[in-house]
Ligand binder design. Sequence first.
Ligand SMILES: [Zn+2]
Length: 117
Amino acid sequence: MNKKERERYRKRLLKKKEEIIDKISETYSESKEVESGIAQDVVDKAESSYTKEFLLSLSDTEREQLFLIDEALKRIDKGEFAVCQMCQKNIGKKRLDAIPWTPYCIDCQEKEEEKSS
Ligand SMILES: [Zn+2]
């Protein structure tokens, strides 16, 4: 995969990540206002609980997706993007276009689904 293609996938991943975060922060911003009166010395603590609460406010699917997107972005940086994390084969382009954050090739994904069903 050349650099241009990698950057294209990176953009798609970042955009997807933004979409998820935007969607959640809309609902979450209301409760953030409640916290705005807290003293400065607990701000750090509040920041971390904010992150935690934020993550908790995500549905399992969204949390999972954010995680997978982050992992995929890391793989782009390492130059390992489009390599199946199970069998190390290249993931098909069609599959990457449909689900750019997927860590597995179609064969391994099917095996995983068989296991969990
Ligand atoms: Zn595989």
